[in-house]
Design a protein around this ligand. Structure first.
Ligand code: BG6
Length: 484
């Protein structure tokens, strides 16, 4: 089954920071893939905007390089690359100066969607927003896209929200959390709310606990400055893992529409208890294969920033009271693997005896790699010789169920940018959600600072610090393995 491509209306997309790393790695390749998929009409325009001295042809050369590096499978097709580049142009612009802005305004087409992608540090959001408005570029069909980090604490997030609200309506602001664009994350909603099977069991009466793991093998090379100020809590937990938690835990929204979904997510964040210090484990990775340890990588021998965090969260509401959520994420771990495991309670009584070989059901939602959903169920081991039981996976791997062409679903950015053009905010964070997530995060970080907390070392290539195992063991539970 080949996925359907639903064409979008013509649009102009301006990428501020158009020569930067995110533009080269993610935004331009995503746009190019959608172009190759035939999702655009002919007259779409992509305008790169940045401070460097480029003309259109130099910028096109830069874009072509980026496509060859980050979309190599498609960039082999020269007519496609040429067709894409024909829609690309460049304007030299500085957010804090006047030059270039009138030229940019002159290049935009009247009466069509115009999206401004702020692929720059949040320090420039205010200046960019001000220039866009001052040069008359705000229409009903104007949208802006902003990237995380959306603030570094509650106050800075409030300030950013207030700055943007001075120029745009909330309905025009698209705050990206690219985890929401991942195929399986949306599938999670489809599985929960499109089937009768799971929802009746989706509560503390039947679910023992939930594990959310986002394990990475990469370190922090190339982003040392940012990362040492952020750490795993701000970089991953406050946003990506929090969003996964929300989708797993939220009540069924009345409709699949932006505010209905985001209202329910917000309620989850607001129902989170403050995490107890003894329910948090922080870690820092050690050296490996000639690569320095975390402190060596950031060049700060006393850094107390965590590259790993595990914690136990509680949601105080009727559905989830008594069901812990264990969340963990870290760099330089044994495998790249993002998975949510819903660990069901055991059957109340085993008619087959205590050691018959059966275990409680587990629903595993694998985000990456090998996107898919598996339900572990107990069956009888085939053959004579009595009633021996085994656990087998009911496997809904996309590639197997839907054909090999679905093996590599579109990148999150492809979907999210097309949603911006369509004007669908369902998979974007609303301002109040971001603030609520910081309100939960801030006291945790403040507690570490007040106590002078130092992360525990862990081996590169391991599953993280031993204390993370203890966090589970103390509760009579254990983490599911981190498997590629
Ligand atoms: C980013 C974080 O938001 O997500 C990175 O800043 C992290 O530190 C990345 O590596 C992970 O994204 P993905 O899609 O590779 O799981």
């Amino acid at each position: 089954m080949v996925s359907r491509v639903i064409p979008v209306d013509p649009f102009d997309l301006v990428i501020f920071g158009g020569t930067g790393d995110l533009a080269r790695r993610k935004i331009l390749p995503a746009l190019f893939r959608r172009y190759c998929a035939g999702q655009w009409p002919e007259d779409v325009r992509i305008i790169g905007a940045a401070r460097s001295e480029h003309d259109d042809s130099a910028y096109r050369a830069l874009v072509a390089d980026a496509l060859r590096e980050f979309a190599p499978e498609r960039a082999k097709d020269s007519p496609s690359v040429d067709g894409f580049l024909a829609r690309v142009s460049y304007v030299r612009i500085d957010a804090e100066e006047q030059a270039g802005w009138a030229e940019l305004a002159g290049q935009l087409t009247e009466d069509r969607v115009r999206a401004f992608y702020f692929s720059v540090g949040p320090r420039l959001f205010g200046a960019l927003a001000g220039q866009i408005e001052a040069h008359g570029m705000v229409t009903d069909r104007t949208r802006i896209v902003v990237e995380k980090p959306f603030g570094h604490d509650l106050q800075s997030a409030r300030d950013l929200n207030a700055t943007l609200a001075g120029h745009f309506d909330e309905g025009q602001i698209y705050r990206i959390d690219h985890y929401l664009g991942k195929e399986t994350v949306q599938n999670l909603m489809a599985v929960r709310f499109g089937n009768m099977l799971f929802e009746p069991l989706w509560n503390s009466q039947y679910v023992d606990h939930i594990q959310i793991t986002v394990a990475e093998t990469v370190g922090i090379a190339g982003r040392e400055g940012y990362y040492d100020r952020a750490g795993a809590m701000r970089d991953m937990m406050q946003n990506h893992l929090m969003q996964l938690l929300c989708l797993i835990a939220m009540e069924p929204p009345a409709k699949f529409d932006p505010d209905a979904v985001r209202d329910e997510k917000l309620k989850v964040i607001r129902a989170l208890d403050q995490v107890q210090p003894h329910h948090i484990v922080r870690g820092q990775y050690g050296p490996s294969d000639g690569e320095p340890d975390y402190r060596g990588a950031v060049g700060n021998p006393r850094s107390a920033t965590e590259s790993y965090i595990a914690l136990r969260a509680h949601i105080s509401n009727w559905r989830w009271a008594g069901t812990p959520f264990y969340l963990r994420t870290g760099k330089r771990l044994v495998a790249r693997s993002s998975v949510i495991n819903v660990m069901f309670k055991d059957a109340p009584h085993s008619i087959f005896g205590a050691d018959a070989g059966r275990h409680a059901n587990v629903l595993s939602i694998r985000l990456q790699p090998n996107e898919g959903i598996t339900l572990k169920v107990t069956i009888k081991e085939p053959g004579p010789g009595g009633m021996r039981l085994i656990d087998v996976p009911l496997d809904m791997s996309f590639a197997e169920a839907l054909g090999p062409e679905n093996q590599d679903p579109p990148d999150a950015y492809e979907r999210l940018i097309m949603d911006v053009i369509r004007g669908n905010q369902t998979l974007f964070m609303r301002g109040d959600e971001v603030e609520a997530a910081w309100a939960w995060t801030d006291p945790i970080i403040a507690g570490w600072q007040a106590r002078g907390d130092v992360p525990k070392p862990y081996d590169s290539g391991s599953t993280g610090p031993g204390d993370a195992e203890l966090l589970m063991k103390r509760d009579g539970r254990h983490w599911q393995g981190i498997k590629p």
